[in-house]
Design a protein around this ligand. Structure first.
Ligand code: ADP
Length: 350
């Protein structure tokens, strides 16, 4: 189906270069099922005057040819995002980079940040998966609107594989698919560790550029098991301004930096950094204090990857099963900056 679409889209020509979008490489990616066609166009030049026209023409052709399918064409600017090289021969073989998202305490927005980062990386053209390992409060199924998903098992190359959920082009495997919210306490300890191992090694991820692992808050045995099973390339710590200085965050950073673990800490994201009311868009209220994460980052030699304010759409997106970075351009902007830094640190530096 992808090939057929590619042939169809070869009819779209960039008026300036005279080349069609397939030959010129503007057509970056096609993901198609009979129900849904997602096409990514990437214009090497920023603010290409023909971008909108080409995007519209692409949509038109797809809708004509596939009237039954939902068609989504995403147009992006700037050079091709460098794709990280996939690791080979590990059980998570097709995954290039694994990023752990951690926090000192619960409730600081770790899961919300994970979901929004996933969507932002997807918007940048990467293939993304989320592993929700937060055994105390798995919230990714809700964030991606796939609560109630029951993972299927399939045989592949003589092995059992678990089929992840897929939402908004992001593959998702969550411990939440296997437990009822009321079970959570029972699942601590050995049971949870076994289930996580299976999720890590048996999920049918396919090829991914990034897997974001939403870790449980704090530091503990469960973290060490996950770190032992999953080759994490970098860790990102999420904190609110008032939590950043407390011992939990420090312990989190130390856990990754421990010489036996030695996982690079890509940086800290300060979430809920300030609040701006809709009616006073220039005002910033630093409800939880100001500048804490920046100070902490400087003191501990960790980069401050970015600050995200309290925004109503972020909360609504998390509750409504559609991460705000996919719908609210203001939110995407905050995340785009952070995601770019993470890409630079994990892909472009090696
Ligand atoms: P954690 O994973 O750290 O326990 P969550 O991601 O579940 O935290 O977030 C806790 C609550 O805060 C959720 O209701 C979420 O919607 C909300 N939230 C998180 N970040 C923001 C933000 N920047 N603006 C508004 N609400 C937010």
């Amino acid at each position: 189906m992808e090939e057929k679409i590619s042939r169809l889209l070869a009819a779209v020509v960039h008026p300036e270069s005279g080349l069609d979008i397939v030959r010129s490489g503007i057509l970056e990616r096609i993901a198609a099922t009979p129900e849904r066609i997602a096409v990514t166009l990437r214009f090497p030049k920023a603010r290409d005057p023909f971008a909108v026209k080409i995007k519209n023409r692409t949509e038109e052709l797809l809708r004509e040819a596939y009237p039954e399918a939902a068609v989504v064409v995403t147009a992006m600017e700037g050079g091709t995002a460098p794709r990280p090289e996939p690791k080979t021969k590990t059980t998570t073989g097709g995954i290039a980079k694994v990023i752990a998202v951690a926090s000192g305490k619960g409730g600081v927005g770790k899961s919300t940040v994970t979901a929004n980062l996933a969507i932002t990386l997807r918007n940048m053209g990467f293939r993304v998966g989320v592993l929700d390992a937060d055994i105390y409060g798995p919230s990714q199924p809700k964030m991606f609107g796939v609560e109630g998903y029951l993972p299927d098992a399939v045989r592949e190359e003589g092995e059992d594989r678990i089929v992840p959920a897929e939402s908004m082009d992001v593959k998702l495997m969550s411990i939440g698919f296997f437990i009822k919210p009321t079970d959570a306490l029972l699942w601590r300890g050995a049971m949870a560790v076994n289930a996580l191992k299976q999720m890590i090694h048996q999920t049918q991820w396919g090829g991914l550029d990034f897997l974001l692992a939403d870790l449980p808050p704090g530091t503990g045995d469960i973290h060490l098991s996950i770190i032992g099973e999953l080759k994490i390339d970098a860790a990102v710590i999420v904190s609110t301004p008032q939590q950043v200085a407390v011992a939990d965050v420090v312990r989190g950073v130390e856990m990754f930096r421990n010489e036996n673990v030695a996982i690079p800490v890509a940086g800290i994201i300060e979430n809920m950094a300030w609040f701006t009311p809709e009616e006073l868009p220039d005002n910033r209220y630093y409800i939880f204090g100001r500048g804490g994460a920046r100070r902490y980052a400087e003191e501990h030699g960790v980069e401050l990857l970015g600050e995200i304010p309290i925004i109503q759409s972020i909360m609504e997106g998390a509750d409504g099963g559609r991460p705000a970075a996919g719908i609210d351009p203001r939110v995407e902007e905050y995340y785009r900056d952070i995601a770019q830094k993470i890409v630079e640190k994990t892909v472009e530096s090696c």
